[in-house]
Write a protein that binds this ligand. Structure first.
Ligand code: HEC
Ligand code: HEC
Ligand code: HEC
Length: 119
């Protein structure tokens, strides 16, 4: 093979490699969901929730999403399926973190006032 043929082959390789990365980056794009959500607080009333603010503070999605999927209505779905207990997320995720932050003297969300979360 002469140099020109080799150069053409290499160029073709790079183009194919480059194109194959496009669908991969498409799949990797993360869906952060809506910035503001209204969570189902059932008998105690709805819970407006600043999802985007928490994504900025918490960074690791799994801190919350370990217990329920990343989709609308996931809390109810997990409760109905019996994989999540009533008030489990409220107590063990939301209030637990707020209390830890408060005890550390940092900015925190509500730790006890029901109406600060349930409207
Ligand atoms: C502080 C807790 C918390 C953190 C951290 C968090 N989420 Fe969520 N997310 C929730 C709750 C609660 C819901 C609502 C589930 C429901 O509707 O029952 C939700 C819903 C979603 C939804 C569906 C949104 C919609 O519009 O209905 C997506 C997508 C999602 N989260 C992605 C993410 C990603 C990606 C991250 C990390 C970058 C993340 N979340 C971090 C609590 C959190
Ligand atoms: C930091 C915010 C926050 C505070 C403070 C809070 N809640 Fe909640 N509560 C939630 C969230 C989020 C849910 C839905 C997820 C869950 O059930 O864990 C919820 C759910 C509930 C439910 C419905 C559970 C079910 O599935 O039937 C009740 C009842 C409830 N809370 C009562 C209370 C009472 C009483 C207080 C005050 C003593 C309180 N909450 C304080 C966020 C909060
Ligand atoms: C890992 C820590 C962490 C978790 C988990 C967490 N929060 Fe928070 N939350 C914070 C911090 C820190 C703030 C204070 C943010 C600020 O004032 O800048 C806050 C603020 C809030 C506020 C007040 C926000 C405002 O300005 O209106 C509410 C309401 C709240 N959180 C609800 C929730 C609910 C509901 C959940 C569970 C679904 C939750 N949080 C889970 C850390 C957490």
């Amino acid at each position: 093979m002469n140099k020109k043929v080799i150069a053409t082959c290499l160029a073709a390789c790079f183009i194919v490699a480059g194109l194959s990365l496009i669908p991969v980056s498409g799949i990797m794009a993360q869906d952060n969901g809506r910035p503001e959500l209204i969570l189902n607080g059932r008998s105690k009333g709805p819970v407006p929730f600043k999802h985007q603010l928490h994504q900025t503070i918490v960074k690791d999605c799994a801190v919350c999403h370990k217990d329920f999927e990343k989709k609308t209505g996931a809390l109810d779905e997990a409760k109905n399926a019996g994989t999540l207990k009533a008030k489990q997320v409220m107590t063990k995720t939301c209030i637990a973190c707020h209390k830890a932050k408060k005890n550390a003297g940092e900015k925190s969300g509500p730790t006890s006032s029901c109406s600060a979360c349930h409207s």
